[in-house]
Design a protein around this ligand. Structure first.
Ligand code: FRU
Length: 522
């Protein structure tokens, strides 16, 4: 059932809201609305991923559930399709499948642009910004003072708060912002705040250059430094950004482990931006981890700055990432808007060998939009291939299982464009090659590298693939999200052929191959 479909008149309402004057004192002026195009049907417009109606979007911000509503705020530049003075855009959902666009939540002010951050439900009104009967939603974000930055000082990023007493519809900035000043750290940003039950305190994790820092507070206003982590841990190919910290239960024993997520730009395994994680312990003051190797949430190029929901009602840990990469985010070939979010994914711990790892997999809710159209089991002799036609691979879900570790699948269109996926048992790699997938020349970094994921760490046995394709993106989940690859692509025409190729000397068995059409959520 489609509950939150936005019809064109709603779209006009949204444009009207966007074009209203900003709050007093805000730096931003009027936003020029564009003439309506056929709603959400522009070239490359995702049909089941979140995108803003128009203009530039980057990181998800302030993911919080409150009174039946999942909020999604996001880094937003309402005046252009490239990055600029940052606002918090806003959308809501009852099920994380269908979204409703809302007016902009936070505008830049005299303290600066509104960079990334989080939101909490201050249930006991510890901040005093609401009442016991009407506890506030509090957003904690980074102020980026562009003038200070231009003047050459290092303390241009500080942390501020704002609150809402009507479940996110309207926001008031705290009168004495910033609540956390800066002692001269150039990259000091992206606060993630959560309630820590054992110590009955608010904990903030933010990034400070090449490390994470932890702070505590009783009221979301006065913050005390606790500790830091990471100077000598994990990947350091670029600046650390957008941290998150949360507990998860281990499979089997149900023991609690803490996961620290850190985005890094550049320095990802396949170039540009990527998101690493650490599994360890957090005692309310310090985070420790004895993890030896770098771990990545997603091996594809296009899942960045992802964070998780606060106050999730069903005890799930739900993650949304920005489906782009700073290496080319500003250049991708869309015109009305730029970039999308990943599908919401559920995070869990698994044990591979002796080591705990984090899986990420589409939320069950999303299953409702996939309508099965084709199912079969088949085998291919050595060197053989088989092509399966479907008019709509660009908006579909593909699943299959195979005991083999050598195969190729390619999505093709009549223009000879191709997205190639390959499992190469000899090299121990899963490969994604988008160099011929469609438009790639807009930025060299986009098409030049074959993206690689080591599969040597995936236990022997059946490999299961689930692929979600949505006009300008592909998300590949291997073995229930043990390994994941997310990438953007811009084919000039629909892919209508899927070709399996057996490049090994053995019979290739494909089990439970299934193609489903994905319904549009808009
Ligand atoms: C990550 C990031 C954040 C920052 C925001 C600015 O993509 O660089 O660190 O807060 O984007 O838009």
């Amino acid at each position: 059932m489609r509950t939150n479909i936005i019809y064109p008149f709603m779209f006009l309402l949204v444009l009207f809201a966007f074009s209203c004057k900003n709050k007093e004192g805000d730096m931003n002026t009027e936003i020029v609305s564009k003439p309506e195009v056929s709603f959400f049907k522009e070239p490359y417009r995702p049909q089941f991923h979140f995108t803003p109606t128009e203009m530039w979007m980057n990181d998800p911000n302030g993911l919080v559930f409150n009174n039946g509503i999942y909020h999604l705020f996001y880094q937003y530049h309402p005046e252009d399709i490239v990055w600029g003075p940052m606002h918090w855009g806003h959308a809501t959902s009852k099920d994380l499948v269908y979204w409703e666009h809302k007016p902009i939540a936070l505008f830049p002010d005299e303290n600066g642009y509104i960079f990334s951050g989080s939101a909490v439900v201050d249930r006991n009104n510890t901040s005093g910004l609401g009442t016991q009967d009407n506890p506030p939603l509090v957003a904690i974000f980074t102020y980026h003072d562009i003038n200070k930055e231009k003047d050459g000082s290092d303390d241009f990023q500080t942390q501020g708060i704002a609150y809402s007493l009507d479940n996110g519809d309207s926001w008031t900035k705290y009168h004495a912002n910033p609540v956390l000043g800066n002692e001269g750290i150039r990259d000091f940003r992206d606060p993630k705040v959560f309630w820590h039950e054992p110590t009955q305190s608010w904990i903030m994790v933010l990034v400070a250059g090449d490390r994470a820092q932890f702070y505590r507070s009783d009221d979301l206003i006065d913050w005390t430094f606790l500790s830091e982590f990471g100077k000598n841990a994990g990947a350091h190919g670029g600046v650390w950004e957008c941290p998150d910290l949360f507990p998860l239960k281990t499979p089997g024993s149900g023991e609690e482990k803490w996961v620290l997520i850190i985005s890094i730009n550049p320095g990802a395994p396949n170039g540009g931006s990527g998101t690493q994680y650490f599994i360890g312990e957090f005692n309310g003051t310090t985070f420790t981890s004895d993890q030896k190797e770098d771990k990545w949430i997603d091996w594809g190029t296009d899942n960045y700055a992802g964070i998780t929901y606060n106050n999730e009602p069903n005890n799930q840990r739900i993650f949304i990432g920005w489906m782009s990469n700073w290496a080319y985010a500003r250049d991708t070939p869309t015109e009305e808007w730029r970039s999308a979010m990943t599908v919401p994914r559920s995070l869990s711990l698994i044990k591979l060998g002796d080591i705990y790892e984090l899986t990420n997999y589409p939320l069950d809710n999303l299953g409702t939009i996939f309508k099965s159209e084709l199912k079969k089991d088949f085998e291919l002799l050595a060197g053989d291939s088989e092509t399966i036609d479907f008019d709509h691979y660009n908006q579909s879900e593909i699943r299959f299982k195979t005991p083999n570790r050598n195969f190729e699948i390619s999505f093709n269109n009549s223009l000879g464009e191709q997205l190639l996926l390959k499992l190469d048992g000899e090299k121990g790699q899963f490969l994604l090659d988008r160099s011929k997938s469609g438009k790639t020349a807009f930025k060299e970094e986009f098409g030049k590298n074959i993206q690689k994921l080591p599969i040597t760490t995936i236990p022997d046995g059946e490999i299961e693939l689930r692929v979600l394709m949505d006009w300008s993106s592909v998300e590949i989940f291997i073995n229930g999200g043990q390994r994941v690859m997310t990438a953007q692509l811009f084919p000039n025409e629909n892919y209508t052929k899927l070709t399996f190729k057996n490049s090994s000397a053995e019979i290739l068995t494909i089990n439970k191959f299934e193609v489903s059409r994905a319904e549009a959520i808009w």
